[in-house]
Design a protein around this ligand. Structure first.
Ligand SMILES: Cc1cc2nc3c(=O)[nH]c(=O)nc-3n(C[C@H](O)[C@H](O)[C@H](O)COP(=O)(O)O)c2cc1C
Length: 366
C-alpha cells in the first residue's frame, strides 16, 4: 500500500533534503523492505547454464572458495552489500551483519553515511569496529551528493572516522527520480568522481542499485580510475518500487511502472566483463541484484565477477528471523545456504577453485 502522506512534487522539482528527512527516509526504507513486495519476480542468471562435470576427480571437501578482492583475500566471493545505518534500528541490523561478516570472513558494506557528514555525532549509529575490528568495511554515499554540498574532504573524514577500507559511491538515477525528496542533478559527476578517486586514500567502488551498468558507462568509470564496479542490476530489490511506496498515488504508479527498468544483473555483468576484456582493464567486477543462492554466485564468477553482493536476503534474515531464531542465527543460516550451494555448484562443474570456473558457462544456452 502506498503511503499517500507526502506530497510528490513535479519530477523536475527537488524538495531540499534535510537530516530529519534522511532519518525518516531510512526508517521508511527499513519498514517498507521488511513488509512490502519490493523484489523482482525475474531471476537473474536463469538463462545461464554451467557445463556439468560428471566426473569431478577431486574430493568435495577440497573445494576452495577463497577469493581476492581489492588486494585482500576473503573466505568466499560474497560481500554483504551496503544497506543501513544512521538510525537505531539500522545500527542493530549492521551489528548483526558485522558479526556475521567476521564469522564468515567476508567484507561488509555500510549504508549511506550522508547524514554523518552534517551530524558527525551519529558515528555510533554506523560504527561496527567493536564487533568487527579487522573486517573489510566499505563506506557508502550517493555520487549525486557531490552536487548537493558534500565534498571530497567530507568523504575522507568518513573514511578516517569509521576506519573504512574502501568507499562505494552509489549511482541511483531512477531511485532519485521516484523518491519524493530525490536529488536529481546528475551533471558533471564523472569529473567529480575522477577527483575523488585521485584524492581519497582508499580504493573507490561505484555501484548501481538495481538498474545495471552498460558497457559504455562501465568504460567511463574505468577511465575515471575506479578500483571496482558493482553492476547492481535488475532482478532483486527494486528501489523504484520502494520509493513509490513512500509517496502519493502518482508516486506509487511511477514506482510500479519503472520497477523492471534496466539491465538484468547477468546482462549487465556480461556486457561489463566483455568491455573489461576489450580494454584489458584491471577494474574488479561485483555483481549485485537478485543474488539469492550459491548457484547464481557460481554463474556470476564464471562470467567474470570477482565478488557478488547480497542485500535483501540478509536484511530480511536479520529483521524477520524465523520463529525461535535470533537475527544473527538467521543471517548465519542464510550465509551457510549460500556457501553450501556455491560449493555444490563448483563441485558439480568440476571447479576445485574459483579460477577454474572461467569457461564453465555453456554459451550455447546464453
Ligand atoms: C534496506 C536496504 C537499504 C539499502 N540502503 C542502501 C544504501 O544506503 N546505499 C546503497 O548503495 N545501497 C543500498 N541498498 C541497496 C543494496 O546495497 C543492493 O544494491 C540492492 O539491495 C540489491 O541487492 P539485493 O537484490 O540482494 O537486495 C539498500 C538495500 C536494502 C535492502
Amino acid at each position: 500500500m502506498y503511503l499517500g502522506s507526502q506530497n510528490q512534487k513535479n519530477l523536475s522539482q527537488t524538495i531540499l533534503d534535510t537530516p530529519e528527512r534522511t532519518v525518516a527516509r531510512k526508517n521508511d526504507h527499513i519498514r517498507i523492505c521488511a513488509t512490502e513486495d519490493v523484489e523482482s519476480k525475474e531471476e537473474p542468471f536463469s538463462s545461464i547454464e554451467l557445463i556439468p562435470e560428471a566426473l569431478p576427480e577431486f574430493d568435495f571437501q577440497d573445494v576452495k572458495l577463497e577469493q581476492n578482492f581489492l588486494g585482500k583475500q576473503f573466505a568466499m566471493p560474497i560481500l554483504i552489500t551496503g544497506m543501513t545505518g544512521g538510525i537505531e534500528r539500522g545500527q542493530e541490523i549492521n551489528q548483526i551483519l558485522a558479526i556475521a561478516a567476521v564469522k564468515n570472513g567476508i567484507p561488509m558494506g555500510l549504508g549511506s553515511q550522508k547524514i554523518m557528514v552534517t551530524r558527525p555525532e551519529l558515528k555510533r549509529l554506523f560504527d561496527v569496529r567493536k564487533q568487527a575490528p579487522n573486517t573489510f568495511l566499505i563506506g557508502n554515499i550517493g555520487v549525486v551528493n557531490f552536487n548537493y554540498g558534500i565534498t571530497i574532504e567530507d568523504i575522507q573524514r568518513l573514511v578516517d572516522s569509521l576506519e573504512l577500507d574502501a568507499f562505494a559511491f552509489h549511482i541511483n538515477a531512477l531511485q532519485e527520480c521516484i523518491q519524493p525528496e530525490g536529488e536529481r542533478n546528475f551533471s558533471g559527476l564523472l569529473y567529480l568522481l575522477e577527483q575523488a578517486v585521485k584524492k581519497l586514500s582508499i580504493p573507490i567502488m561505484v555501484k548501481e542499485v538495481g538498474s545495471g551498468i552498460s558497457a559504455a558507462t562501465f568504460r567511463k568509470l574505468v577511465n575515471c580510475g575506479v578500483a571496482a564496479v558493482d553492476v547492481g542490476g535488475r532482478g532483486g530489490t527494486s528501489w523504484s518500487a520502494i520509493e513509490g511506496f513512500r509517496g502519493d498515488r502518482e508516486s506509487y504508479r511511477l514506482g510500479q511502472l519503472f520497477r523492471n527498468w534496466g539491465l538484468l544483473t547477468d546482462q549487465s555483468l556480461q556486457a561489463c566483463a566483455e568491455e573489461k576484456r576489450r580494454l584489458e582493464s584491471a577494474v574488479e567486477l561485483v555483481a549485485t541484484g537478485g543474488i539469492r543462492n550459491g548457484l547464481q554466485v557460481t554463474k556470476a564468477v564464471s562470467l567474470g565477477a570477482q565478488m557478488v553482493g547480497v542485500g535483501m536476503p540478509l536484511f530480511k534474515a536479520a529483521v524477520n528471523p524465523p520463529p525461535g531464531m535470533t537475527g544473527l542465527e538467521a543471517v548465519e543460516k542464510e550465509l551457510s545456504f549460500f556457501q553450501r550451494s556455491l560449493t555444490i555448484a563448483m563441485f558439480c562443474s568440476g571447479a576445485q577453485k574459483l579460477s577454474n570456473l572461467e569457461s564453465r558457462v555453456n554459451f550455447n544456452t546464453v
